[in-house]
Design a protein around this ligand. Structure first.
Ligand code: 4AZ
Length: 276
């Protein structure tokens, strides 16, 4: 059934309600803080479409309030993971987070460089399934537009960048070790697009999620090592200069036989296209 997209979204405006500051040891910050494993620092100017999703009210100010990654796909449109704007991560419903921002052009979260732009609206994919993790994306609308030079193109279905074996790069400010040493500067790690069968066998269905080749993309290294981790969620996976995935889930980080699972961007294009 084809429903009008605009009406099927569970829209949530980040309106003015005051959220009490969370203690740092809360479950929300434990979920939020983690890093690219096996990567190295990169300059934000070379990948301006990588942005940080932040709330100082919820996550404190030391790392500019960063708790997830996100990516610029239009002058006022940013994609992130649906689970990043869930109550489980935020600790309160999104409607009660009054200072949700996208931070642009700030590679080092300990600085004031770049710009903080308020999120005007967050639309969670109506097809998102929190049990399987299928359809893990949300489209955020910025309060002011960014120049076109910040926008990365999305790879549609059939794009060669999805071919297994393709070299891709994942970006984020998550934990670089998997044991809570948070990156202050943007990191990137090279990973490969893996055959769907690898993730179908690794993730046939458990509390972590269930791999679905239509809505998810499998990437990493067969022997582990390089991977995304929790604080990287919502951030980009890029191949051949195009966006192919958003960091979504996996079993641990950098473990052999447990690749990273990404939201497949061709499925995002399909869902967004339904609204036109
Ligand atoms: C997470 O919990 C998460 N190793 C993100 C990515 C990966 C694992 C967990 C991939 O947000």
């Amino acid at each position: 059934m084809r429903r009008p997209f605009a009406r099927s979204w569970t829209g949530a405006l980040a309106t003015a309600a005051v959220a009490a500051a969370l203690p740092l040891a809360s479950p929300a910050s434990a979920v939020a803080d983690s890093v690219v494993i096996g990567g190295s620092p990169v300059r934000i100017a070379e990948s301006p479409w990588v942005v940080a999703l932040a709330s100082r009210d919820r996550f404190g100010g030391t790392r500019s309030g960063q708790f997830c990654g996100a990516v610029v796909v239009g002058p006022t449109t940013v994609l992130t993971a649906a689970h990043c704007v869930s109550e489980g991560v935020l600790g309160v419903p999104l409607s009660r987070v009054s200072d949700l921002k996208v931070i642009v052009g700030r590679g080092d979260l300990g600085t004031a460089e770049g710009k903080e732009i308020p999120v005007r609206e967050a639309r969670v994919n109506p097809e998102y399934d929190a049990e399987t993790n299928s359809g893990d994306f949300a489209a955020l609308t910025l309060a002011e537009p960014l120049p076109q030079s910040y926008v990365i193109g999305m790879a549609g279905s059939g794009d060669t960048a999805y071919t297994a074996g393709t070299e891709a790069t994942v970006y984020g400010w998550g934990d670089t070790t998997g044991s809570g040493s948070y990156a202050r500067t943007l990191h990137a790690a090279p990973v490969r697009v893996l055959p769907d069968t690898v993730c179908e066998r690794a993730y046939p269905g458990s509390a972590d999620g269930t791999y679905s080749a239509t809505t998810m993309l499998c990437a990493g290294e067969l022997d582990g090592r390089r991977d995304a981790c929790q604080g990287d969620s919502g951030g980009p996976l890029v191949a051949e200069g195009r966006l192919i995935g958003l960091v979504s889930w996996g079993s641990g980080c950098g473990r052999p036989g447990r690749p990273g699972v990404y939201t497949r961007i061709s499925d995002v294009v399909r869902v967004l296209g339904d609204s036109a």
